[in-house]
Design a protein around this ligand. Structure first.
Ligand SMILES: Nc1nc2c(c(=O)[nH]1)N[C@H]1C(S)=C(S)[C@@H](COP(=O)(O)OP(=O)(O)OC[C@H]3O[C@@H](n4cnc5c(N)ncnc54)[C@H](O)[C@@H]3O)O[C@H]1N2
Ligand code: MOO
Length: 411
């Protein structure tokens, strides 16, 4: 197997790929907010209303004019005349004049004239219609002001933001029940290899069941794409060409697995090269696992050739397939990946100049979280299934020492 001539660091390889993709706005579909979690909003959304819409109490207690309570204490209470009770879900039917108070519940609307709420615990009924104030309250204490959360017209969601449960709740609070989101990009998945059979077939000796189509489809779904499993291609140039050409017509991104290294029977790169300009942009990335990775663009459509080994395919899909899906969705605000800080349980060696991703198990100990590396082989999918996440060893390090503090990227 010939050596690759030039291995790009993964970060640079990704820049080359993204830089060669057109910057098109994704097609848009309208959705009810109940079905929109994890989708990417297509346009800026400005608030039609203020939130909260009116001044509200944050506690159960008495609406007061703060000045009426100044100096009050348990030994020297102030006395206020109770003039009413604020109904939930309706406007108070009274205004507060000096020396007056009204019973109010958490979330109730402050009556005009009130500027604070005394907590129930700091009050006492002196006699019917009169309460004792056992503590002074400051102006605005226990009050939410109209517009404190969101002002009318404020930008609440920028186009390109992925909707999380909190944003869905915010939209609901504003009465926005339908949103325009980016359509899920269709991601064609082509596995290859004469030895690979579908999972519902009992393999003969020499055959193995397809792992990559399913693990990749799951990764694509989780990232917000629409996986399109297009079967297993035999190791023949004509079959590669037919399948890739059709996949490029029907999909927004095509991911191929296996056939990515440099041996004569490895057909992925030569097929991509024939499918449109500019063709193969990167063949070989300085990373372990996953060196024989291919990145290409054919007439505006991205094509990614992943190594056949299932662990490598997953790690590399995380580095390249996921960001391309983000690009196709028009994702703008890239939130950091979920990581857990931990200390390494052992020394980890690595080759200088190459980036490594090592599967680790996370163990909670009395001394904190420990990352325990798994001695994996990139063909063994359960060496990844047993892991909680990956530790990244940068290119300039020759490894990481025991007890090094690491950020484990959850998988
Ligand atoms: N002489 C050398 N041989 C290899 C090298 C090397 O540098 N010199 N690199 C190794 C590395 S690292 C990788 S990764 C693989 C890359 O191989 P390919 O991407 O060309 O893929 P294949 O050779 O077809 O398959 C590799 C391995 O994965 C299995 N496989 C393939 N597809 C699937 C699937 N859908 N589900 C489950 N398993 C799959 C396949 O049977 C092979 O065992 O090359 C190494 N060799
Ligand atoms: O680079 Mo291979 O992908 O290590 O198994």
């Amino acid at each position: 197997m010939p050596e690759f001539l030039e291995l790009l660091p993964p970060g640079e390889a990704l820049k080359v790929l993204l830089g060669a993709l057109p910057h098109r706005k994704p097609p848009v579909e309208g959705l009810d907010i109940g079905a929109a979690v994890d989708r990417v909003i297509a346009q800026d959304i400005h608030s039609p209303d203020a939130l909260p819409p009116f001044d509200r109490s944050t506690v159960d207690g008495y609406a007061v004019r703060a000045a009426d309570t100044f100096g009050a204490s348990e030994t020297l209470p102030a006395y206020l005349r109770q003039v009413g009770e604020v109904p939930m879900g309706a406007k108070p039917e009274f205004d507060l004049l000096p020396g007056e108070t009204g019973l109010i519940h958490t979330g109730g609307m402050l009556p005009a004239g009130a500027d604070a709420v005394l907590m129930l615990e700091n009050s006492q009924v002196a006699r019917p219609g009169e309460i004792e104030v056992l503590r002074s309250v400051a102006q605005n204490e226990n009050v939410l002001h109209a517009g404190e959360d969101v002002a009318v017209g404020e930008l609440i969601l920028a186009g390109g933001t992925r909707l999380r449960p909190a944003e869905i709740g915010g939209l609901s609070a504003l009465g926005i029940t339908r949103v325009d989101v980016a359509c899920k990009p269709r991601v064609g998945i082509l596995s290859s290899g004469d030895e690979v059979v579908p999972p519902d077939v009992r393999p003969q000796y020499g055959q193995i069941r397809d792992v990559n189509s399913y693990s990749l489809a799951a990764l694509v779904t989780r990232r917000g794409g629409m996986p399109d499993m297009r079967g297993i291609i035999p190791d023949q140039a004509a079959a590669f060409e037919t399948h890739l050409r059709k996949a490029l017509q029907e999909c927004d991104l095509v991911v191929m697995t296996a056939g990515s290294s440099a041996s004569t029977r490895d057909l992925t790169a030569q097929t991509i090269q024939q499918m449109g300009a500019p063709g193969v942009l990167v063949h070989g990335v300085n990373v372990k696992p996953g060196k024989p990775t291919i990145l290409g663009v054919c007439d505006g459509k991205p094509v990614i050739g992943l190594p056949g080994n299932p662990v490598s395919a997953m790690v590399i899909a995380g580095l390249f397939v996921s960001p391309v899906i983000d690009h196709l969705l028009g994702l703008q605000s890239n939130r950091p990946e979920a990581t857990v800080s931990a200390r390494l349980s052992i020394n980890l060696a690595s080759q200088a100049g190459r980036e490594d991703f090592v599967p680790v198990r996370l163990v909670q100990t009395d001394q904190g979280m420990v990352a325990d590396p798994i001695f994996y082989k990139s063909n063994l999918i359960f060496s990844l299934a047993r892991a909680d996440g990956l530790v990244h060893i940068p290119a300039d390090a020759t490894g990481l020492p025991v007890n090094a503090s690491v950020d484990v990227r959850l998988i």
